[in-house]
Design a binder for this molecule. Structure first.
Ligand code: GUN
Length: 283
């Protein structure tokens, strides 16, 4: 059996430390760190994610609010809500939950949240700072994956890491963080030819393709470590990732479970980004 790279032990190690930081910054500021989440519409998966974020914030002693806006909200209406949160000194972190209705344009949206409160790290200023190695928020899922790898002692320097997927939220920043950690990075995507011939070179395979079961045993180098970022609910209610877990488990040395692997790490990083924001906010 491979090592299961579950989030639970990582959370157990990080939560007490994060709680202490929450207590310290609450004393310093006279109020707990606060995360404001804007949820537009009634996408059921987004509702679940947002409620998980709220629960975790409360557990850590933080404040949390979800601002529900109808699916018919215009971009102007949402933008003006974000603008008021940008101005609100009691708010440390702002997150606009994706996906949004179709008439919201990602290339405009990323500028709305003040980069100082951009705990998602989607603002181009944070993206640029991250690429330049300057202090910045880092996107939650890739940073959460880095925390998971660190906790389990996965060596990255000089090893071949392959990222499957090139989204702005996961694939691109993931490849960058691995590069910063001195891995040799192969970056594949939907137009890559003969995907398996490339993924099979990887000591560490990180899959964020958004396609259930895309990765099978033919894609894996024996003994590789596999991180599955995908989350899909099948018609029968089963939750699966982008990796065919049952098929690859005999040949990998370690693999994340879905659920219970990367998902909770994303939330941990979001909480930490909100605490960092409160710690560094000018008064
Ligand atoms: N939807 C799925 N993942 C994310 C995320 O990391 N941030 C936001 N804002 N929405 C998401």
């Amino acid at each position: 059996m491979p090592t299961l790279l579950a989030a639970k032990p990582v959370l157990d190690a990080h939560h007490p430390r994060l709680k202490k930081r929450v207590e310290a910054v609450t004393k310093l500021r006279g109020r707990p760190p606060k995360l404001s989440v804007i949820l537009v519409g009634d996408d059921p998966a987004s509702q679940i994610y947002v409620s998980q974020k709220g629960k975790r914030a409360i557990e850590l002693g933080m404040q949390h609010e979800t601002i529900l806006m109808p699916a018919t909200s215009t971009p102007q209406e949402v933008r003006s809500k974000v603008a008021s949160l940008n101005q609100d000194p009691s708010v440390d972190g702002i997150l606009i939950q994706r996906p949004l209705p179709r008439d919201f344009r990602e290339e405009e949206l990323v500028y709305w949240v003040n980069p100082r409160k951009d705990v998602d790290a989607f603002h181009p200023e944070n993206t640029g700072r991250m690429i330049l190695g300057l202090p910045s928020f880092a996107p939650c899922t890739p940073s959460g994956v880095m925390k998971l790898l660190e906790h389990y002692g996965v060596e990255l320097s000089g090893r071949i890491a392959c990222v499957v997927g090139r989204s702005s939220i996961v694939g691109k920043p993931m490849a960058h963080l691995l590069l910063q950690a001195d891995a040799t990075v192969l970056h594949t995507h939907s137009k890559t030819r003969d995907l398996a011939s490339i993924t099979r070179q990887a000591d560490l395979l990180i899959v964020a393709a958004g396609k259930p079961g895309l990765i099978g045993k033919e894609h894996i180098k024996p003994g590789a470590i596999v991180i599955d970022v995908g989350v899909h609910r099948l018609k029968d209610g089963k939750v699966v990732g982008d990796v065919n877990f049952d098929e690859v488990q005999a040949i990998v040395s370690a693999i994340t479970p879905v659920p219970g692997g990367v998902g909770p790490m994303t939330i941990l990083q979001l909480m930490e980004n909100t605490v960092i924001s409160a710690e560094t906010m000018e008064t």
